[in-house]
Write a protein that binds this ligand. Structure first.
Ligand SMILES: Nc1ncnc2c1ncn2[C@@H]1O[C@H](COP(=O)(O)OP(=O)(O)OP(=O)(O)O)[C@@H](O)[C@H]1O
Length: 312
């Protein structure tokens, strides 16, 4: 699949602070791409460069076949950006506010009206389109921010921590909208610290740490590569010499039994284990209350890769 955006060896310093130390990653079209990293990793700096707000020192940015160095204005016209703390004029209604945006984007009056109705429909704010923005909840404000960012029909939408200031309900609401933008043909690149948000809606993930990209891959590949599958078994009574018996099997890597009697079995061949392990456990003749394969968590991946790269 050809990339929509390619960032190659991008550098940016603010005085002595090296915010980006040669980052490279690609964003595929029609994906939701999560941009993860601890505070100060360089996420906002990257977003500001991509939206054309600040310059970069070194490197290449390609958008489709265009080079950012020579076609910046053509590229940024196709990129929407929702900053971390968007500000609105609270005394206006969404219709009035979006009309203002339409004028800034050089739409004519008829098209402003049409596009305003369309984007309000997309972000599900049609029923409050004539209410003052000052009365909106955090989730509604973020959705209005998305409406502004997609007004000009961008191919790529950059969202800087769109859920960080929201409660769980507001987050769920905004995440649902981000996911639905894919259906509108918009590719989304969004930064966050909240790992569960990424897990919920992202296809691809780039992890940034201290100005460097330490991982950039599909969520599926990351789960396969970084997470060891673990079987979790709850017995009514733990069978005698269970650990010794399990360690005799070549596909068993590690067995842990916690204080509540739950057994965690790590394996090196998931396919054999899926077929054979349950049969082996059944031969113990002890009642099994539950048996499951634990789903890899993004938090585990994050901790693993950030720990591994902590000395960079
Ligand atoms: N205008 C600036 N002047 C000086 N230093 C800056 C400026 N903007 C960012 N930095 C520094 O660059 C580094 C990267 O900051 P950036 O805001 O991009 O990180 P971030 O990953 O977005 O962090 P957060 O999650 O806290 O928003 C930090 O060390 C920050 O202090």
């Amino acid at each position: 699949m050809i990339s929509l955006l390619k960032v190659i060896n991008l550098h940016k310093s603010f005085g002595n602070v090296k915010a980006l130390k040669g980052i490279s990653f690609e964003v595929k079209p029609s994906t939701v791409h999560g941009f993860l990293g601890p505070n100060g990793a360089g996420k906002t700096t990257t977003m500001k460069i991509l939206s054309g707000l600040i310059s970069f020192d070194k490197g290449t940015i390609l958008f489709e076949n265009l080079n950012f160095k020579t076609s910046k204005s053509e590229i940024v016209r196709q990129i929407g950006y929702l900053p971390q703390n968007p500000a609105f004029y609270g005394y206006l209604t969404p219709v009035e506010y979006l009309s203002l945006i339409g004028q800034i984007c050089n739409f004519d009056t008829r098209n402003i009206k049409k596009r305003t109705e369309e984007v309000l429909e997309i972000v599900k704010l049609t029923n409050v389109s004539k209410r003052k923005i000052s009365t909106f909840s955090g989730g509604m404000l973020q959705r209005l921010g998305i409406a502004v960012a997609i007004f000009n029909k961008p191919k790529l939408l950059l969202l800087d921590e769109p859920t960080s200031s929201l409660d769980p309900e507001g987050r769920a609401e905004v995440l649902e909208h981000i996911k639905s933008l894919q259906e509108e043909g918009i590719t989304v690149f969004f930064s966050t610290h909240i790992l569960s948000d990424v897990e919920r809606i992202c296809d691809h993930i780039t992890i940034l740490h201290k100005g460097k990209v330490i991982v950039s891959d599909s969520l599926e590949n990351l789960q396969k590569q970084y997470i060891q599958p673990v079987f979790c078994i709850e017995f009514e009574n733990i069978p005698d010499e269970l650990e010794e018996k399990l360690y005799q099997l070549s596909y068993i890597q590690k067995v842990d039994i916690d204080n509540s009697g739950n057994v965690f079995i790590y394996v090196n061949n998931i396919e054999i284990a899926k077929r054979e392990l349950i049969k082996v456990l059944a031969q113990t003749n002890k009642s099994i209350l539950s048996f499951c394969l634990k789903k890899p968590s993004l938090e585990d991946i994050f901790i693993k890769v950030v720990d591994k790269n902590d000395d960079i």
